[in-house]
Design a protein around this ligand. Structure first.
Ligand SMILES: Nc1ncnc2c1ncn2[C@@H]1O[C@H](COP(=O)(O)OP(=O)(O)O)[C@@H](O)[C@H]1O
Ligand SMILES: [Mg+2]
Length: 351
């Protein structure tokens, strides 16, 4: 390109006139402020471009009028176009997952399918971890069918507000929160995407959880808005997937594992619930669902096997009665102690 062809962004003849224009309310001229990106007179037409400015419309207009006036006066050109674009809308602050103040580990309990015992495992695991001397919280994220209040025997509890935050309910040495505490049991709530996101965020970040070693999250079944919101809101230390030995439940367990892999959350392992039946009459152990399929599945998926919990009518009864403390006193509760130790060992190794 020859010197002659080279185009400077601002025509020499326009420099002096543009220097006379001050930004409304400022002492500086618009060239000194580097507001002008281009100023040319060509074929009897002047074009002046400004860089995007965020200014009220009247300021923008005044600026454009001033520029047009000085350019007209200096050049005699009648056709003048001043472009002063608005800046692009400010990018929304991207809120990535952020730790919960004063909470060391976050452990979701998940499954691909309902009714496999997530909530039961979540509550009893929380109790067993607490029995190991940890400070434990349980957050019921099953917005559609909260069952933690019943399982803790706290259906009448009402959490207190602390300023803008909510205090969790104290139950059996645990800190607990559930939408079940906040809305009437018979209120059918239809949770849609953005509302789910907001509820999950508030339950994680606007509840006074601290200080906790571990916060257990009881999830609804499957992979929906709640799971996505959870993964966006909080770094997951490691997830526990619950399954039963039935084939269909195993397929769902794989889905559960995949979900956490997709959001790059570590997996602590899979628990086999209702693994065998403790017969209250004969005292025998019956493997009604064909026990023994979960451990090989874990090996195949490369996920730790966290052990088995029997199908025991007493476990169901104590869950219905909201007496989780009793669980650790009966033989069927023993597997929860084993589970808690395995989970704790893994959490400590994540540090
Ligand atoms: N190991 C078990 N033995 C007997 N009943 C169980 C066991 N685990 C769960 N249940 C019962 O099965 C039902 C479903 O369990 P729940 O924990 O609510 O499942 P989910 O949260 O996966 O939907 C409840 O009535 C619960 O008491
Ligand atoms: Mg549940």
């Amino acid at each position: 390109m020859s010197d002659k062809d080279q185009k400077f962004p601002i025509d020499l003849e326009l420099e002096a006139p543009l220097k006379k224009v001050r930004y409304p309310g400022f002492d500086m001229d618009i060239l000194a402020m580097q507001l002008v990106t281009e100023a040319h007179v060509e074929d009897g037409k002047a074009v002046i471009r400004l860089r995007p400015i965020s200014a009220p419309p009247e300021v923008r207009e005044e600026l454009e009028n001033q520029i047009a006036a000085v350019v007209r006066e200096a050049t005699g050109v009648q056709e003048i176009e001043v472009y002063s674009p608005e800046p692009p809308p400010a990018k929304k602050e991207e809120k990535g997952p952020r730790p919960i103040d004063g909470v060391k580990w976050v452990v979701p309990v998940a499954s691909g399918k309902g009714g496999v015992g997530k909530s039961t495992v979540a509550v009893n695991l929380a109790m067993a971890l607490s029995a190991l001397g940890l400070k434990v919280g349980i957050l019921d994220l099953d917005l559609y069918g909260p069952s933690v209040p019943m399982m803790l025997g706290m259906t009448k509890a009402k959490p207190d507000a602390i300023g803008q935050q909510i205090a969790p309910v104290e139950a059996h040495g645990l800190k607990a929160m559930s939408v079940g505490f906040l809305i009437k049991a018979d209120t059918a709530l239809i949770w849609r995407g953005p509302l789910v996101m907001k509820a999950v965020r508030q339950l994680l970040h606007e509840v006074v959880w601290a200080p906790l070693d571990v916060l257990i999250l009881d999830l609804p079944p499957g992979t929906g808005d709640v799971q996505i919101s959870m993964a966006q809101e909080v770094p997951i230390t490691g997830a526990v997937v619950v399954t039963t030995p039935q084939d269909v439940a195993l397929t769902d367990a794989i889905k559960g594992v995949d979900m956490f892999r997709q959001v790059s959350a570590p997996l602590l392992g899979i628990v086999e619930n209702m693994s065998y039946f403790n017969c209250p009459d004969c005292g025998g152990r019956h493997e009604i669902f064909g026990h023994g399929s979960v451990e090989p599945l874990c090996a195949r998926l490369g996920v730790p096997y966290l052990g088995e919990i029997p199908l025991d009518p007493t476990l169901r009864k104590l869950a219905d009665l909201g007496q989780p403390r009793e669980v650790l006193k009966i033989p069927a509760g023993e597997p929860y102690r084993v589970l808690a130790k395995k989970v704790l060992a893994q959490l400590e190794s994540e540090d």
